[in-house]
Design a protein around this ligand. Structure first.
Ligand code: AR6
Length: 332
């Protein structure tokens, strides 16, 4: 499961262990998300907050969630934006860090943040989002005990900023170690089941996974057959893979898959861009591939990316199975 999620909506509706409140130093309620949280939690929340003695900017304190679906509320106080010269950035980062620290201390597994300081307090949204994402990622890499952090965006602008920043968070890396090869094999099994069972049935999928994408086969392809494998990671999570092989002046795109749940996140486009760059580096004149004739969605996707149909081919893959494919090419 992805560690970071972006959703659009009202944070008071979320059924998570904890939601974070963008409060003020009195902790006695206010407008914006603070007002919404107090209204949804009921008057007991104010009573609990009255016992906390306020809170410094950049710090955080915890109460129960009372009538909220979430078990806890972590109240943090964001900085008021002046001009960036009053430690606003550090203080905002501190809000995210201290909130997560309290979450961790209270054994909270999933937590949702609003876009702290970007309302009444006037922090520039783009900058606030970068700080929020970076701080959360850093904390998560040291605290794997936290399962999930949700950025709950209320306004469209924040929602699209977060999506843009996170979709840039794609890493494509060469598969080298045995561990990475195993990750490819595991992904292959998931993805081929997702995509191919409706097309060719379970029996043939099992055969193909075993015969073409087991860790032993992938290892052999890399070490003895000139294939390059790449993992596509989204927010540090393996979400797809690519395999290519140079054949004369053509770069053969042997495998190019993204797990279903990650489709539409820009991984396909990023993957293709990567393949094109690699093809140019290798002085290839075209990228070629074969795609199952009945895999309509992939065919459409390749066409959209600029691949042209060049013919068809039926390949005997053993055990009485055949693959009925189109061939496609992308001129460089
Ligand atoms: N769910 C999620 N996000 C929300 C909701 C909601 N129900 N309502 C608003 N937002 P703000 P600040 C978003 O002004 O800038 C309060 O009066 C909103 O679109 O609530 O940190 C406090 O008492 C914006 O992106 O908080 C303080 O005095 C984000 O929440 C002061 O405002 C933060 O906007 C704090 O200002």
């Amino acid at each position: 499961m992805a560690k970071i999620e972006i959703i659009r909506g009202d944070i008071t509706r979320l059924n998570v262990d904890a939601i974070v409140n963008a409060a003020n130093r009195s902790l006695l309620g206010g407008g914006g998300v603070d007002g919404a949280i107090h209204r949804a939690a009921g008057p007991q929340l104010l009573e609990a907050c009255e016992l906390l003695n306020g809170c410094n900017t950049g710090d955080a304190k915890i109460t129960p969630g009372f009538r909220l679906p979430s078990k806890y509320v972590i109240h943090t106080v964001g900085p008021v934006w002046k001009d960036g010269k009053f430690h606003e950035k550090e203080l905002l980062a501190s809000c995210y860090r201290q909130s997560l620290r309290i979450a961790y201390q209270n054994n909270i597994k999933n937590i949702a943040f609003p876009n702290i300081s970007t309302g009444v307090y006037g922090f520039p949204k783009q900058e606030a989002a970068s700080i929020a994402i970076e701080t959360v990622q850093n904390f998560l890499s040291d605290h794997p005990e936290i399962d999930k952090v949700i950025f709950c965006c209320f306004d469209d602008e924040n929602f699209s900023i977060y999506n843009r920043l996170i979709s840039n968070n794609i890493v494509i890396k060469r598969v080298i170690s045995k561990q990475e090869i195993q990750i490819v094999a595991d992904l292959a099994s998931i993805i081929w089941n997702e995509y191919y069972i409706p097309i060719i049935g379970q029996e043939q999928v099992d055969y193909m996974v075993r015969t073409f994408q087991s860790s032993e086969v992938v290892e052999k392809q890399i070490n003895n057959e000139g294939y390059e494998y790449y993992l596509i990671e989204y927010l540090s999570k393996p979400s797809g893979y690519i395999s290519i092989k140079l054949k004369g002046k053509e770069l053969f795109l042997s495998k190019f898959y993204v797990v279903k749940e990650k489709r539409g996140t820009g991984l396909g486009t990023a993957g293709l861009k990567f393949v094109i760059d690699r093809a140019k580096e290798l002085n290839a004149k075209a990228i070629t591939l074969t795609v199952n004739k009945y895999n309509i969605n992939s065919i459409k996707a390749y066409n959209k990316m600029g691949f042209k149909n060049t013919g068809s081919i039926v390949t005997d893959i053993g055990a009485g199975f055949v693959m009925d494919d189109y061939t496609m090419s992308y001129e460089l």
